[in-house]
Design a protein around this ligand. Sequence first.
Ligand SMILES: [Ca+2]
Length: 158
Amino acid sequence: MFMGTAHSQIGARDRELEAKVGMVTAKQMLPGILSLFDVVDQDGSGEIVIEEMEKFEQSGLHTVPPHFLDRASVESMTELFDMLDVDKSGRITKDEFTEGILDIFLREVPLSSLQMMKMLRLLHKSTSELEVGLEDVRVIVKDMTTTSTNLNRLYLSA
Ligand SMILES: [Ca+2]
């Protein structure tokens, strides 16, 4: 039972976070984007090369929030690099990085598509919750079966 409860609490927190992310403005996002750039730009050259992005990703030191990648419709930071490197030069300047990410987050996505994506995510979550819930039910039924068997024994022996 505990597992199921913990799981739905995480789901609720995710949704709360998503609501917050949906309301951010460019001004609010800028400091985060710039500091992300500085972390990835390890040699401080003012440009990110694909190797730096790969190192950033492989280091495992920094976790990028999943909703960030979701919103950009990419699976990884290197995929995001590809998307931001519009001229395919293999390097991204600070401006390209900032503008690219702001564009991804603030672009007008039709509401119906956003709702569809959200529904798919929720559906995925409820499916996993359902699986956990089913396991709980199995345990309960097993307990009940044991109890009723014991009760039957009690009656029979009485
Ligand atoms: Ca660099």
